[in-house]
Write a protein that binds this ligand. Structure first.
Ligand code: BES
Ligand code: MN
Ligand code: ZN
Length: 490
């Protein structure tokens, strides 16, 4: 479904591709840029001065008369600047068939090439269900570099990640009429072809005690599923990624107002991210063992739905008083996290979820909340966030808020007790999840903000963003590359 242009490297500007030739413009105008360009020739320095060019990342200046040549600002030349520049030029060229970027004057590293490719391709991503939609004009982008052969492996790695992001966006953008839990499981199987993928159906889930997934899913005529898939590239650690896969969140009996559910097909963005990350990790052949668990259910109000005040039993035996059926994400995740702890004996658990409406209130739409019980894991994820462009901000697991989750009838309640007036809905949700990690190294990414974009914005396109794929893949790449921990005391 995703429509992405092809991206190739070349050593010289291909004659056929010269429908536009954006030329990288270094920070200081005139520096490194040819003196004259276009037909008739234009004095570049004078043009830049006239246009008050600053060379900021993504700045575009067309050569007058022959507007087939664009000058592209590349800012400080950092990966972040090139990601932004790539998205800007791809958007400008989207009505053309092909685009070439002559970057021979830039010193591209593997990381800056990757970021540039992300900007170019993810910024060109399109999704439509209109049968009449024309194919997108921009089908081929050529990057001209001095030594294309030496950069090709890095481009291949970048493309593996970009394709994974695009498939996560496709999963999120598919409307929930089509996207039910069994559809998501079937998509997981085709996305993860070549890897062992198992799918638990509702009968198995009930029999094995996945009480959270069962309770959330039982209001829908389209029963829940749990997908489990593993890639084993060796290494010493078993990483388990758990994704929230609510294919549509109406709130259940605690129903949301219409406006609150308009974007709720996105509520499986965590599941999409962990499945697509597994695809990327396998394509990159990373030396690490990763299991992805997608807990999929549709949260619907009906005669068979769970009721506020029901008490359910999560995987592993913890009982939960369900006081609000709209706090359903933590119920499905708790089963997956408990399974990762008790059965998979994970070395590290990372869950990804569009969990709380309070998260984008706190951090806005571009930054995920990161909650973790491990400072080293926190630094690793922060480092991966910086490199990948998918930002995180650490949030506290405030121990004294834990009492808001105490229940008189069960081990836990699923929403913070409003009588205590503690607020902090994202924190109490994270504290709820922590109960199921069994003290293992664990991180929780609340992606309710960055999982969805309201508009085209740099490398993001309106709709599902695929947030988490770039971040987690980068983290796992760094983990796989890290020298094995020395056993000697330091
Ligand atoms: N899926 C929502 C959270 C959400 C809201 C994600 C907006 C993306 C954008 C989640 O299941 C939910 O409904 N959370 C409730 C929890 C509350 C009932 C304690 C919320 O945040 O309002
Ligand atoms: Mn909800
Ligand atoms: Zn939800």
């Amino acid at each position: 479904m995703a429509q992405l242009p092809a991206l190739v490297l070349a050593g010289s500007v291909p004659a056929a591709a010269v429908s536009a030739l954006p030329t990288a413009l270094p920070t200081r105008p005139g520096d490194g840029t040819p003196r004259v360009l276009g037909r008739p020739p234009i004095e570049v320095a004078a043009l830049l001065e006239r246009e008050k060019a600053k060379g900021e990342a993504g700045e575009l200046i067309a050569i007058p008369v022959e507007d087939r040549v664009l000058l592209l600002g590349t800012g400080d030349g950092s990966p972040a600047a090139l990601r932004k520049a790539g998205a800007a030029v791809a958007r400008r060229a989207k009505q053309q068939e092909s685009l070439a970027l002559d970057l021979r004057r830039l010193d591209l590293t593997d990381d800056s090439l990757r970021a540039l490719a992300e900007g170019l391709l993810l910024g060109s991503y399109g999704f439509t269900l209109k049968p009449s939609a024309e194919p997108r004009p921009l089908t081929r982008i050529t990057i001209v570099v001095a030594k294309p052969d030496t950069m090709r492996p890095a481009l291949e790695r970048a493309l593996a990640v970009i394709r994974a992001v695009a498939s996560a966006r496709d999963l999120v953008n598919t409307p929930a009429l089509e996207k039910n839990p069994s559809w998501l499981a079937a998509q997981a199987k085709s996305l993860l072809k070549g890897l062992p993928v198992s799918v638990r159906d509702d009968a198995q889930l009930r029999a094995e005690g996945w009480g959270g997934v069962t309770a959330v899913g039982m209001g829908s005529s389209r029963p829940p599923r749990v997908v489990e898939a593993t890639y084993d590239g060796g290494g010493t650690q078993h990483v388990v990624l758990v994704g929230k896969g609510i294919t549509f969140d109406t709130g259940g009996i605690s129903i949301k107002p219409n406006d609150g559910m308009l974007t709720m097909k996105m509520d499986m963005g965590g599941a999409a991210a962990v499945l697509a990350t597994l695809r990327a990790v396998a394509d990159l052949k990373l030396q690490v063992k990763v299991t992805a668990i997608a807990c999929a259910a549709e949260n619907m109000p009906s005669g068979t739905a769970q009721r506020p005040s029901d008490v359910i039993t999560q995987y592993g035996g913890t009982t939960v008083e369900v006081l609000n059926t709209d706090a359903e994400g933590r119920l499905v995740l708790a089963d997956g996290i408990a399974y990762a702890d008790r059965v998979l004996a994970a070395d590290v658990i990372v869950d990804v979820a569009t969990l709380t409406g309070a998260m984008p209130v706190a951090l806005g739409r571009k930054i995920a909340g990161l909650f973790t019980n491990d400072d080293a894991l926190c630094s690793q994820l922060e480092k991966a966030a910086e490199a990948s462009g998918e930002r995180v901000w650490r949030m506290p697991l405030t121990p004294d808020y834990r009492r808001a989750l105490e229940s008189e009838t069960a081990d836990l309640r699923n929403i913070g007790d409003p009588r205590l007036k503690l607020s902090g809905g994202s924190i109490t949700a994270a504290l709820f999840l922590q109960e199921f990690a069994g003290g293992r190294r664990w991180a929780h990414l609340d992606i309710a903000g960055p999982g969805w974009s309201g508009s085209d914005d740099e490398e993001l396109t309106k709709g599902g963003t695929g947030y988490g794929v770039r971040l987690l893949t980068r983290w796992l790449e760094q983990l796989a590359a890290a020298p094995k921990r020395s056993r000697r005391a330091s």
